[in-house]
Design a protein around this ligand. Sequence first.
Ligand code: SF4
Length: 330
Amino acid sequence: MREFAYHEAADVQGAVATLSKDPEAVFIAGGTNLVDLMKLGVATPGALVDVARLPLHDVTELPDGTLRIGAMVRNSDLAAHPEVRRRYPMLSQALLAGASGQLRNMATTGGNLLQRTRCRYFQDTSQACNKRAPGTGCPARDGEHRNLAILGASESCVATHPSDMAVALAALGAVVHVSNPGGDRRIAADELHRLPGERPERDTVLDRGDLITAVDLPPLDTARNSAYRKARDRASYAFATGSVAAALTIDNGMIEGVRLAWGAVAHKPWRAHLAEEALLGGPATREAFLAAADAELAAAEPLRDNAFKIQLIRNMTAATLGALAEGQDR
Ligand code: SF4
């Protein structure tokens, strides 16, 4: 591992100022992904600015009902938070579906959003990879891609985003707060991550020096009847092969509110806007759920070994929405 300098930040302004002075510095919080990448030689920062002790550890309810999550709130604490469990169960379930208990105790809300793809070529410095070393190629396209993207990929990169939590945040319409030396700004969670296009080295729309300080969950009655389902190759401590974050409210048998996002299908959490539009105001039937999934999945372009994800996501979507419909009717 390359030697690096270490700075501990006491406040947000100090953190972003310290980082801005050193082009080789990066932020570190829980370190559950970055330290692995440093050991592998994938990340080689010259300095770490430790933001784990910044006073961003609270979950606060704002007067309008928004739940503000500090960026340093640990994944395990957020999953167990009573208001998250009551008002946004899909988020609690998504967090608990991710990683292991030990990792969730370390991982932070901000860091979770910024974890990098687990594409095997990205993590192996002996291989070409446009994301790690722009311009070198994408061996995954003709190589090992069983768990890579079916939606929104490019010739340059077919990676998937690994976070479960981010899928729930996209579905919930969360808002990400960012600070940098130029000031503060807000980004819709659904727009934080980007599709690869010709710049797969950029996972998000964040600029260098941006620090995530909080995530807002807007009040959303539909979210009280929500769930996160994850398919994976083993029962725990594995990344998704496909996942569904869904929320549903029904009035007189017709869909009054719906949120839907998918994980492990694209370079970003995939908010299924077309499916939502197809469902809204219509009947809450399995046929409607499947038709809505089909409408969204019409754009899928699977690779040689990952076409199974289309049927997987289709079935999981219908099953998750079906369970939510049934639960609400009781
Ligand atoms: Fe690299 Fe993306 Fe290709 Fe994987 S899919 S090898 S991350 S360019």
